[in-house]
Design a binder for this molecule. Structure first.
Ligand code: SAH
Length: 187
């Protein structure tokens, strides 16, 4: 709650949307993408069980809002965005607002960020049919992955996946959600 309170959501949405920034709704951020509703950002952050020593990966930077909230609760946030314009806007915004522990990269987050792995936390903010294998690989033992898993045309399950010492994944579904699809680059 303190992290949510400390994050100025109105500065992460287009000027026209500002009056609606603190209502519990998703909002358009351009390029056909949306910033999630505050409740979903809060519950995903809580399900990730952040702590001050954690290294976190986010797939789907969008506006940078989820990364900003998470950055208050962990050591470092690495976030990947597939739309280059959104990645550079978010990087500029986070820099201007003084977020020093958020690192934005433009690219296909399906592949994670192998150079910065392993991650204690992985948050996926776009819908995938199944958990991307590279992300399971980049999750630390005992680490938690949170994201919407299921067909993008319907609702998805908000899934929490925990990596065991044996390298297997224990999954649980928390609630139905609806996210924009995780797209793939053809490169
Ligand atoms: N977390 C964002 C909202 C994300 S909306 C926020 O707080 O504002 C989902 C985002 O995922 C969109 O910006 C979309 O462009 C991005 N995305 C979709 N597929 C992706 C992929 N394969 N890799 C990285 N980002 C992706």
């Amino acid at each position: 709650m303190a992290a949510m309170r400390a994050t100025p959501r109105h500065l992460f949405v287009p000027a026209l949307m500002r009056p609606m920034a603190y209502a519990n709704h998703p909002l358009p951020i351009g390029h056909g993408q949306t910033i999630s509703q505050p409740f979903i950002v809060a519950i995903m952050t809580e399900l990730a069980q952040p702590d001050k020593t954690a290294r976190a990966l986010e797939v789907g930077t969008g506006s940078g809002y989820q990364a900003a909230v998470l950055s208050k609760l962990v050591a470092e946030v690495y976030t990947v965005e597939i739309v280059p314009e959104l990645a550079s806007e978010a990087a500029g915004r986070l820099r201007d607002l003084g977020y020093r522990n958020v690192h934005v990269r433009a690219g296909d987050g399906y592949q994670g960020w192998p150079q910065k792995a392993p991650f204690d936390i992985i948050i996926i903010t776009a819908a995938a049919l199944d958990i991307p294998a590279p992300l399971i690989k980049q999750l630390a033992v005992g680490g938690r992955l949170v994201g919407p898993i299921g067909p993008s045309a319907a609702t998805q399950d908000l899934v929490v996946a925990v990596k065991t010492a044996e390298g297997t994944i224990v999954r649980s579904s928390v609630l139905p959600v609806r996210f924009v699809p995780l797209t793939r680059s053809d490169k």
